[in-house]
Design a binder for this molecule. Structure first.
Ligand SMILES: [Zn+2]
Length: 202
């Protein structure tokens, strides 16, 4: 905790004064982010840092392995779907990004199984990406399988986004754009998914 409080003290002494006016404006007028990003909860892939974005610029939801479950309005507690509903229907973001990353532990758990001590929620959550598992079985090289799985998870999440009627409709109308990306924590490279299914560096 000490390290966190120290960090907060640095922020309030240095970062806050520089952004005070911006925060006041955001508090007064509300947020109006143009983009929403779904990223992994992994501590190494902070979207705000990667996109050098300030307060109010991006509506972010982070979960294990940047997964989007299929549309299921069944009354259960769906945190990611709730964030999507707020971002798309209320904030009306124009761009919706799913960003995967290299060396993703969630994707590794998908390929190799979840840790024994984390089966209550992690196993059913990761099972959202079960179809990806079969797709990467043909890879004999574990590193290649991991990288392919990370990319396929992004594609699966994008496919699942289109099962939400209030996402599919604005996408078809050209009012909402979906994007897939992968960030390499080893090199800092960012790859963007193109229409031909290839991830190419920015
Ligand atoms: Zn991850």
């Amino acid at each position: 905790m000490d390290k966190m409080i120290e960090g907060y003290r640095r922020f309030i002494a240095q970062g806050w004064p520089a952004r005070r006016a911006l925060f006041q404006d955001l508090a007064e007028h509300g947020q109006n982010p143009r983009a929403m990003i779904v990223a992994c909860a992994d501590s190494r892939v902070d979207p705000g840092m990667i996109f050098d974005a300030g307060p109010g610029e991006m509506f972010v939801v982070r979960n294990v392995a940047n997964l989007i479950p299929p549309y299921a309005p069944d009354g259960a507690q769906h945190a990611t779907s709730a964030a999507l509903e707020f971002g798309v229907r209320v904030l009306k973001v124009k761009d919706l990004v799913v960003m995967g990353h290299a060396m993703c532990g969630g994707v590794r758990a998908l390929r190799e199984g979840v840790p024994d001590e984390a089966t209550d929620f992690l196993a059913p959550w990761i099972s959202v990406a079960r179809p990806v598992r079969a797709k990467v079985l043909r890879c004999t090289d574990p590193e290649e399988a991991q990288e392919l799985a990370e990319q396929e998870v992004v594609k699966l999440s994008l496919d699942n986004l289109m099962t939400f009627p209030w996402i599919a409709e604005p996408v078809r109308a050209g009012a909402l754009n979906l994007h897939g990306m992968c960030f390499d924590i080893r090199s800092g490279a960012l790859e963007v998914l193109h229409t031909d299914g290839m991830f190419l560096p920015v």
